[in-house]
Write a protein that binds this ligand. Sequence first.
Ligand code: GDP
Ligand code: IMO
Ligand code: MG
Length: 422
Amino acid sequence: MNSLIVVGTGWGDEGKGKLTDYLSSKFDVCVRYQGGNNAGHTIKFNNKHFALNLIPSGIFNSTTMNILSNGMVIDLKVLIKELNSLISQGINCENLYISNRAHIIFPYHIALDEIFENLKGDKKVGTTKRGIGPCYVDKYMRIGIRFGDLLNKNSFYEKLSLNVDYANKLLSLFGNTTFDKDEIFNEYMSYINIIKTKIIDSSVFITNALNENKKVIFEGAQGIMLCLDHGTYPYVTSSSPSASSVALNCGIAPQYIQKVLGITKAYSTRVGEGTLPTEIFCEISKKIRKIGNEYGTTTGRKRRIGWLDTVILKHGKRISGITDLAITLLDVLTGFEKLKICIAYELDGKTIDFIPSSIEEFSRCKPIYIELDGWSEDITQIKSFNDLPDNAKKYIKTIENITKIKISIISVGPDRNQTIEI
Ligand code: GDP
Ligand code: IMO
Ligand code: MG
C-alpha cells in the first residue's frame, strides 16, 4: 500500500491531525490536499501539544517530506508564523515544501469574507473568516495569485494590482476601508526570502515519489459534509475535502489512489451554521462537550454535538470510496447509560438512507435511532480491541455492520499512544 488518503467523514475536527501524525512514520511524504487555515489539526505526544492550521501533520516525523498542495489556499503570514512557532519548539521544518500552484490568501480576502457573511444575515454560513471562500473565488475567476507568481517580481506586481483594484471596488461598495497595493507588495516581497527555496512543482515531486515506490499519505482538511459538491450546500466550505479531489488537488493520476481512511468521531460535531440531524440539545451534549473539549481549534467556538450518524458514513463511503474507518474519541462516550446511533432518516413520512441534495429537505430529516447500552470502564489506556469493555466492542461492531466498512483504528485519547490498531 503506497498511497493513503485521510479524510474526515463529517463536518471537520474528527481527529485527522492526530491520525495523520500517528501514521506518518510509515510514510515518506505527507501532503495536505485542500483548504487553508480554516483547519485546525491537533497533535499530542510526549506531553507536547501542537495545533496546526496549514502545515501537514507529518511534520513531526523527521524523515517525512511535507507538502502543501496546489489545492490549498495559503495565508502566507499565517504560514510563516506557524513555521516559526514549530521551529522555536524544536521541530525541524527543512522537509516542508509548497506547490507553485497553491493560491495565496491576501488581507482583502479576509475583509471580503466578513462582508459576504454579514450580507447573508441570518443565512450566514458561520465561516472561520480566514478569507478561504474569497480566495477560492479569485482562483475560479482566474485572477488568483499563486506561490509561483511570487518568484517573478514584475508579474506579481501586475497581478496584485488587478486584484487589489478589483477587491477595493467591492470593499468601497460596502463602505469598507480599502487596501494599498504597494504596501501589500512590499510586505509580501519581504517574505519571499523565507520561503522561496520551498516552492516546488508538487505534482512532479509527488508523482516521482510514487513512481519510486515511496509511500505517500494525503491529509484532508474539513470533512465530506463540508464538501462544496457533496456536503450540506450552502453550509459548506469552498473546497472539496472528499477523497476524490486528491488527484486534482495534488496533480497525480487517479490510478495512484489505493486506500482511503475515513475518520469519524464516535459521535458527531459541527461548528458554524447548518443542520446537524442528530444534534443533542439536552444535558448529554454539555457533558460530551466538556469531556471531549469540544471547542474549535481555530476559532474557539463551541462545537455542536450529535449522536453518531451512519447515513453520513455511508454517504462518505459512496462519495470518497472509504475502505477503512478510524473511530476517534471513543473514550468520551464512557459513562453514558445509553448510546444512540442513527441508522436512517424519516423525511416527510418516508424512510431514506441518503443525504438529500436540498438543504430544506435535509433540515426536515428526522433521525431514526437504535439504542445501545453504554460502558463505564476507563478505556484511555487500552491497547487492544479485545480488552475494550463488551459494550464498547458492541458499539464498534454495530457501526461496522451497518456501514459495511472495516474499522481499522480506534482512538481512545488525544495522545499519539492512545491508539488501537485492529
Ligand atoms: P482535526 O481537525 O480532524 O485534526 O481534529 P481537531 O484536532 O480539530 O479536533 C479533534 C480534537 O479531539 C482535538 O482536540 C484532539 O486532541 C482530540 N482528540 C483526537 N482524538 C481523540 C481521542 O481519541 N480522544 C479524545 N478525548 N480526544 C481526541
Ligand atoms: P478541520 O480541518 C470544522 C466550517 C466553518 C463553517 C464552514 C465554512 O479542522 O476539520 P470556511 O471558513 O471554510 O469558509 O467556513 O466550514 N469549517 C470547519 N469546521 N473543522 C474545520 O477544519 C473547518 N473548516 C471550515 O466553521 O461552518
Ligand atoms: Mg480541526
